[in-house]
Design a protein. Structure first.
Length: 144
């Protein structure tokens, strides 16, 4: 069974961040530059304090008529960040995402950030696991 550690080994551990005191416009610029759907929000000590996604922008800026060039990230970010450990399975992590209605989970160990996984990463890993199982079962059946 694949773990979060396996996913990070395949995709890498690069995490895109933004300081909570930067503007939403700066965050949008970074999202576009990195072709990402979310940024981890950090404070001045580089501690994770939130998560900012395209969904937050759509719901908390566009729909409310707020200006992205004058609104700070800390005013619209999701402050409750759910995270996983490298040992968590893909299934456990997908369940957490579903339960908490989030599409991104930081990977943390003892307060240290190791990476970030998205729903896309987890679905890809789940599909790979299923394809491997199908190949194994097909091979077993043909051999029998």
């Amino acid at each position: 069974m694949k773990t979060i550690k396996d996913i990070l080994q395949e995709k890498g551990s690069e995490v895109f961040t933004i300081n909570q005191n930067e503007t939403v416009f700066a965050a949008l610029t970074r999202l576009a530059e990195k072709n990402a759907g979310a940024l981890l929000v950090i404070d001045d000590q580089d501690d994770v304090v939130g998560l900012l996604s395209e969904r937050d922008y759509a719901r908390k800026v566009i729909l409310k008529g707020v200006f992205s060039k004058s609104t700070l990230v800390k005013n619209i970010m999701e402050k409750q960040v759910h995270y996983v450990h490298p040992e968590n399975s893909v299934d456990e992590s997908m369940s957490l995402m579903t339960e908490k209605c989030t599409r991104h989970l930081p990977v943390m160990v003892n307060g240290s950030l190791l990476g970030l996984v998205s729903i896309g990463d987890l679905v890809k890993a789940a599909i790979q696991e299923k394809e491997f199982l199908i190949k194994q079962l097909t091979s077993y059946i043909k051999a029998g």
